[in-house]
Design a protein around this ligand. Sequence first.
Ligand code: ZN
Length: 101
Amino acid sequence: MSSPGPRPRPVPQRTCIACRAEQGKRTLIRIVRTPDGRIAVDASGKAEGRGAYLHPLRRCWVKALKGATIKNALKISPALDDIEALRVFGMTLPAEESETV
Ligand SMILES: [Zn+2]
């Protein structure tokens, strides 16, 4: 039971909390629950705190901001200010995947 050769290095995959599709981590935008209980876009992808990932697509952000998607993902009830900030950010994103390259 030996398997010669190098083991394939796993590419880190993250799941978009809106559409549940898996994607390489780098193509997704991270949002993070900050230590003071706010939710922010994590542009660096390295901020401390519980994070969640979304496609850089407007429709995923719109979907995530409806209902309890973010609340469930980050285990927090987001402040209305934060929801609004995320909504505004989402509106700056392209509507279709084909525009993201
Ligand atoms: Zn998505």
